[in-house]
Design a protein around this ligand. Structure first.
Ligand code: GLY
Length: 358
């Protein structure tokens, strides 16, 4: 088992990565929640038939009473209506302040379960068991939990760190290729922003089979980069913004497709190429860099260009969480493996993105 400690003082926790770890859920949670009696397992309709019995059996063998809370699959589950239903169901189950909530699933389940854990009874212990590549390399680490509002995604949320993150790479075997590639966009992002050797490693292993043959190294490397960023900037007021490489323009693509045409990873993929081209135009990024990123993303069938009009760029960029007044900080690369925040007027970024047709 590979273990990565995340050092956040009293909120510190371990990330464990091991094939077959699902069957050791109970013993691992007992170590971090010694007083808990009941565990609420939050999952979705896709993941429940695949993995819930193994997790329940392991928890019950460790002496916990379990309750299973299965919501619909998809982003629509991350809403106030489902959250309220989950709160009531947890009360009906008899959850107390010394009990715990487990998220078993992808990013949507993690965000919903995490926000429920952060708020029910003013906060109970939370455990992440991410089952998608995107959730394993990104959303399960760092404590951001949220639901969507009619005004936009992730607008009501909290920072609520898990007690432990349990990653079983074997859960990735049941992902379809599109969902696997969705996670690869974030994997490639880590190489771009923080680790040239890892970027070169991915270029040398450009298939799902080769990534899975090295999956513990891939997960560990990505989580280690995220760990170092989150340890320095837990509340996302500085360095953590570098994790948003590809996301500013990517949000415009998600909006252009009405959050249905493109997955988050697909939009971030094209957003990273766009950011690389913007960086070249601003004389920050070396000219050959967009081509190198494009080649690697294409190997995983990720889009490297998405059409978008000026109005949509403006709507997404001016509402970007990193915008302050009329300025926006866009994340650019000055080399593969090194990102910087570049602050410029939002209107100038909209004009540039539109004129480059990125
Ligand atoms: N996914 C970006 C962050 O956790 O800050």
């Amino acid at each position: 088992m590979k273990t990565l400690p995340v050092d956040l003082g009293s909120r510190s926790y371990d990330i464990h990565i091991a094939p077959g770890l699902l069957d050791r859920t109970g013993e691992e949670i007992r170590k971090v929640c010694p007083r808990a009696k009941r565990i609420a397992i939050v999952t979705d309709a896709n993941v429940e038939p695949l993995y819930s019995v193994r997790v329940e059996d392991s928890l019950e063998a460790a002496g916990f009473d379990t309750g299973l809370f299965t919501g619909p699959a998809g982003e629509g589950a991350k809403c106030a209506t489902h959250l309220a239903a989950l709160w009531e169901a947890m009360m009906h189950f008899g959850l107390t302040r010394t009990d715990a909530v487990v998220a078993l699933g992808g990013g949507v389940v993690g965000d919903l379960a995490g926000f429920a854990a952060a708020t029910i009874l003013r906060g109970v212990d939370f455990i992440q068991i991410p089952t998608t590549l995107l959730a394993q390399v990104d959303s399960s680490v760092g404590g951001k939990v949220a639901i969507d509002l009619a005004h936009g995604k992730n607008l009501a949320g909290a920072f609520w760190q898990p007690k432990v993150v349990l990653m079983d790479p074997e859960t990735l075997n049941t992902l379809d290729d599109k969902t696997f590639s969705d996670g690869m966009a974030e994997v490639i992002k880590y190489g771009c922003i923080a680790d040239r050797d890892f970027f070169d490693f991915l270029c040398a292993h450009p298939t799902r089979g080769e990534i899975m043959a090295n999956i513990e190294h891939v997960l560990y490397t990505c989580c280690d980069i995220k760990r170092s960023v989150v340890e320095e900037d837990e509340r996302d007021t500085g360095r953590r913004m570098l994790l948003n490489f590809g996301h500013t323009i990517g949000h415009a693509y998600e909006l252009a497709g009405n959050y249905e045409t493109w997955t988050h990873g697909q939009a971030v993929s094209a957003g990273m190429v766009a950011a690389a081209k913007l960086g070249v135009s601003l004389q920050i990024t070396p000219a050959q860099l967009p081509g190198r990123i494009t080649e690697l993303l294409s190997a995983f069938d990720l889009p490297t260009h998405i059409s978008c009009d000026a109005t949509t760029y403006a709507a997404a960029i001016c509402h970007d969480k990193k915008s302050a007044g009329s300025d926006v900080t866009v994340i650019l690369l000055d080399s593969i493996g090194h990102a910087i925040g570049h602050t410029m007027p939002s209107a100038a970024l909209v004009r540039l993105a539109n004129s480059l047709r990125v």
